[in-house]
Design a protein around this ligand. Structure first.
Ligand SMILES: O=C(N[C@@H](O)C(=O)O)c1ccccc1
Length: 330
């Protein structure tokens, strides 16, 4: 029978960007207050099997920081670079988020640090959290922190920490430690043992923070104020790993996610749109031109345009809903 088409089917815009962006590993994506795309990439640095020793100490410090601009502000329609920054600061970029004033919050897994950068593109950070190149698990250290999300109402900052910790921390807008939960959670009822909390999404209409609990192949959502567990979204379609999560406060709340390559890679990773309330998978999508290899972050604009950054193909792919695609002037 004709499946009710709620217009959630996403199709790739193959002619975006108009000019190649010459990216390194794309680790993080964000949107600014004008729905411009922010890309956080690794230039000529790559995260490989020998990047860290077994104490999580970065082994390539001698390479120095990435000399290319690691933060690109990109026009969502053309793909042209509006502003480039983040030179000579980072070693292994990972997550990025914007706050209400279009400041950037970023994480670097080699530095084990979190930075707040002014939107003027100045390279002197406004806030630095953690100790350079020093992994740790107290409130002044991170271990390969993966992402940041900002509560637009309070300005509070959430950090998912990380590959070698298993927790979410909460800071004030100026970087004061407020709370954390995760491994050893205070919420005994719902053990929240994360296995690589890899990506964060703030839900402004629900005042929740959701995390892509990567190796558990699930998304978990918590009350932003208390850290109290709210719900878990774990779908057969996700397979073993969920790499990133994003959210649109429309149609009752839509969760966007990308998964990891299934074992023995019989199929390629995909993007998913899930109804937050019913947990129903409304659509799954992948590029027509080049299959996803390691889709690493995903963002959705206010008009439903989706961007996915891939840390293995070094690309960003743009998708719009098929109904919009039909009306595109060619
Ligand atoms: O997960 C990994 N990488 C990606 O998430 C990333 O590049 O952020 C990774 C893990 C171990 C060794 C090498 C890479």
């Amino acid at each position: 029978e004709e499946v009710l088409d709620q217009g959630f089917h996403l199709v790739e815009i193959a002619d975006w960007p108009e000019v190649p962006l010459r990216l390194g590993q794309v680790s993080g994506l964000a949107l600014d207050s004008n729905d411009n795309l922010v890309i956080f990439h690794r230039g000529d640095h790559r995260w490989g099997l020998h990047s860290f020793n077994n104490q999580y100490i970065y082994q390539q410090q001698s390479l120095g920081p990435i000399q290319q601009s690691t933060i690109l502000l990109v026009d969502p329609t053309k793909g042209t670079v509006l502003k480039a920054s983040g030179r000579n600061m980072f070693y292994l970029p990972h997550g990025i988020a914007t706050d209400e004033n279009d400041n950037y919050w970023v994480t670097d897994v080699a530095l084990h640090q979190v930075f707040k950068l002014g939107s003027d593109g100045g390279d002197k950070p406004l806030v630095v959290l953690g100790q350079a190149f020093e992994p740790g698990s107290d409130t002044g250290h991170f271990c390969q922190p993966t992402d940041v999300a900002v509560d637009p109402l309070t300005g509070n900052v959430y950090v998912s920490d990380g590959y070698c910790n298993a927790r979410i921390l909460k800071f004030s807008p100026d970087g004061k430690y407020l709370a954390h939960w995760g491994a050893g959670s205070s919420d005994r009822r719902k053990r929240v043992q994360f296995r690589i909390p890899h990506s964060l999404a703030f839900l402004p209409d629900r005042r929740e923070i959701c995390v892509a609990d990567r190796e558990n192949g699930r998304i978990q959502c918590f009350m932003a104020g208390s850290g109290e567990f709210v719900k878990e979204i774990k779908k057969e379609e996700f397979g073993d790993e969920v790499f990133a999560v994003s959210y649109a406060p429309v149609h009752g709340g839509l969760i966007y996610a990308v998964n990891g390559e299934p074992p023995f890679s019989q199929s390629s990773p995909r993007g998913f749109i899930v109804n937050y309330t019913t947990k129903e998978v409304l659509d799954s999508f992948s590029p027509d031109t080049q299959e996803f290899k390691m889709p690493h972050d995903i963002v959705v604009t206010s008009d439903g345009t989706v961007f996915v950054g891939d840390a293995a193909t070094d690309t960003v792919t743009k998708f719009i809903s098929s109904e919009k695609a039909e009306h595109r002037s060619v």
